[in-house]
Design a protein around this ligand. Sequence first.
Ligand SMILES: [Zn+2]
Length: 1146
Amino acid sequence: MEHHMSYFQKHRDITESRINNFYNSSMWNSVNIQSILFNATSSGSPHVELKVWSAPDQDRPTFAYASKQEYRPAKVGDTFGPSWSTHWFHVTVRIPKDDPKWVGQEIQFHFDAGCEGMIWTEDGRVEQGLTGGGMHVDYLLTPKSSANEPERRFYIEIACNGLFGNALGTTINPPDPNRYFKLSEAKLAAVNREAINLLRDIDVLRGMFSSLPSESPQAWRALKVANEIVNVFDLARPDESVRRGRELAKEVLSSRSGEATHLITAIGNCHIDTAWLWPFDETKRKVARSWSTQLQFMKRYPDYMFAASQAQQFEWLKQLYPELFGRVVEMAKAGQFVPIGATWVEMDCNLPSGESLVRQFLLGQRFFEQHFGQRCKVFWLPDTFGYSSQLPQIVRLADAKYFFTQKLSWNNINKFPHTTFRWIGLDNSWVLTHMTPTETYAASVSVDELLRNVQNHHDIGYSNESLLLYGHGDGGGGPMEDMLERLARLKDVDPLPRVKHGHPNDFYESIERQAKELVSWKGELYLEFHRGTYTSQAHNKQSNRQAEFLLRDAELLSIIAATLRSQSHHYYGLTDRDHRAMFPEAARGTFEYPIDELNRLWKLVCLNQFHDVIPGSSIEMVYKDSARMYTDIIASGKRIRKDALDAILGDGDEDSASLLSAIAVVNTCGWERTEIIIAPLPSGDKRVAQYVSALAESAVVFEATGAVEETGRYWPAGTTLGYVAAVKIPGASVHAVDLSEQTDVVPVDAYRTTSKDNNNRFVLENLYVRATFDDGGRLVSFVDRRVDREVVPEGFRGNQLQLYDDQPIYWDAWDIEIYHLEKYRELAPGKVQVVETGPLVARLLVEVEISPESSLKQWITLTATSPRLEFTTQVDWHETYKCLKVEFPWDIVSDFATYETQFGHIERPTHRNSSWDLAKFEVCGHKFFDLSEYGYGVALLNDCKYGHSVEGNRMRISLLRSPKHPDAHCDMGRHTFRYAVYPHLGSFNESEVVPEAYKFNVPLHLSRVQADLAAHLRATRPIFTITRPGRWPATSRQSHSNPPNIVLDTVKRAEDDPDAIVVRMYEAYGGHARVQLGSCLNIRKATYCNLLEDETATPNVEQDSKAPPPPSPIKNQWIVDSDGGGKMDITFKPFQVVSVKLYLNN
Ligand SMILES: [Zn+2]
């Protein structure tokens, strides 16, 4: 076919449309390039025969089981369901013989059931995944069929869910339980590979003429060449047309870029959410599907590299698909499969505790090291809803040094201004950080994306490189053939950025080599989006908090119990004989540190911190699974704690006469504590100041505070309970209550005033504070008696419950949007009564109606020994698109408020000056947030809440939300949680807020013990002490021992050494500190270590990767005292996390 003249440039739009039509698969596909992509296709018998077996209910049987079942005939057009069910096909294919259309050709099998699937060989080997719905439905049978191609048989396991689960309508709708999927295609296809190659060429040309600036000569050339390709296309001579077309395309595709061209390192990936719009069990199959598909591509494209993160997903693969895991390990050795990320899952970074983040890295890095021979250098977290300011330090201490994300591109108020930069954390550690300018982790290697990597690169003046993450996520199978073919063509095409396959490590190392300077960003990477994730799915967050503290106690108590045999005389000052008499079991050394079980529990905790689980953005099925896991964690954690306490304290004395002199108290916090506890007491004892008279009435409080249920042992039924002051229980100690101290306690009181001008007020008053509530339960006055200061501003009310309209723009469970602040109502006053009147505990009960459907009960408690005012709250919650908050206004002036974060705290503005300040209208805090001015402050503490805000002088806690997507029943039902008001003298930095928030979350453990042991316990030494050397004036609030700023956070067994203990501490207020860590244990050696428990010469993060200092020797830091104990000196920098390894003498 000849042509003479074209005027394509005069009607560019028409030319573009013409080319698009030539490429299009839906219209004109009988005459355009699409019509020649396959030489032949064949469906149905005898070439394709199908049989099927349907697994019952929602079972996901193994191959071994499924392949042995009875299969029935099946055909194209059959439907399969309902949602989440599994069906196994047995497929027989016979490639036609003696037909030149088939013989010698590349033969594919196409199978599309509209849902996800996986192909297995008859002997149970995973071949590859299928996405369905027209996306990745092909399976290569042979690249070149022979004349005598044998019959092929294989299995296809289909799962009745789409790539994003089973929602109908919008993606985040709750799943439809009754979705059915139709088998629309099961056919053989003989592929015209050169025609497909031409299709890919045109694909790139289209990208160029549509994405390059219209005036660009290269865009014009691409358009001209593409137009020519259409002109030379002749259906009568398809092979000739394709050959000429490809020659034409080559003109454009072979022209090279210049020296200064931007360089893109492309890495395949398939971001698989560990649970989200589908349950955990489906994720296990998604991993096998996507990764097996990628192994096939690695064979076809030898320079192709693919990265996968989340050690948990690797472990699932290893457990469920060991043969496939073996192939992954092989391809990792070959360098094509890149394990990345360093953590157990891609976790949320707002809500998990500091130690949880540590365990994410500890479990993750250990897995990668064990199975792939190396740790990960890149902390890989493309998709989490904000990044804690302590991550740079944690990443460094976990032997990684680079950080990758892109999520801040989702900010809905301010554009984050950096791409490649030093991210500086709270303690001034930094990590080299890159946020891909593509602004997605699911790119497709389009021309448009390559150009975007330049346009969106905010630091291109410092570093002319970027990362491109491409591939379908979540079961889309990762990179597909079209992406890899585009990448092959786009490696170096004028004037586009160059793009190459590469390992992310190499990318970061290249920046380190080439970028002479980089800009910095200090502090948290706050995501200006998804602010509702601090609050949604309240039970899940509560279980996480409970599990974190339970495992902390279980580990610390297990250390004590496990070391008792050799060390009991250090703990109790007992002779060996006395010890054997009192602890027959422990003396035999029966308690073994349950390291495997603790690791199993930590893995579950870490799993549930996945970035769609703990934030509250998953479907209901996920939270049912998650609740089951937490039940397991909490039951097992309590069992460990109880076993350890039994081993530590021996058998209790049953003689009730001796009860009072025989109550052991275990304090797992690092600080001394004085508080009121509930203990079993002999009834009628004159020394007892206050019996618990109405247990049923206040059972909620006891349960919520851990006063009864949480203690190491359950009291026998019918036991009389009373309040007891536990005075000055040393930190990290096993101690006993001394009843003689009860008399020193100044009583607390609760009463109702009925005077004329102060009508119907309810007052809780102790030595420290006087809290006055109106008859609706609102705090109308709060006087700190220590300084005679009224803290509630005139005319304002604290403990004011508020109900907000909470309808975000789209991401329902994720977002609480800024305009919610404009629309709320204050709840009407409740009913108040006095339920306990002291002298040790005073308590009010408030009952509030939230709406006709929802109600709230609140027990407000003040004890004799503390200024802390506690609110134990029980809510029956049945709302739709409402958010419940509580507000406390204080007479305090400050431009910023302080919020606890992992291993420290951060400050955020209380004003809304700039758009950056404004964007933080709802923020994450852990156990406390605080508003202080010079000389005075008030902190609000909580036992499971994270969504906070401070606007001016108003502090608010977001208590509950009620989103309906993707879980239609999110947070409906009964909730019990606690918050507290803690007023303090001095500003936050001079306060005891950090210890107080710990104590609020960690109950003392009580147990009856034998009376003579109790006497020993009162004289016993703490297991660990933290003291400040030097002289301190007696009046100093910064006392000599138990400094509030050094937190004894974790005490655990070293992973690889049964004789070593790891103790992790941190500086919580942001100052330098020099302390001594002391212990009564017989320790022979102490060294610093990092979070992976590698011994190190110093506790410090190694910062300058360009010129690391020569390694210094690892020294024994332990100084043995004459009495058998010992100590080590530790210097902390502000917010520093220090881990030490203590080796016991046996
Ligand atoms: Zn994700």
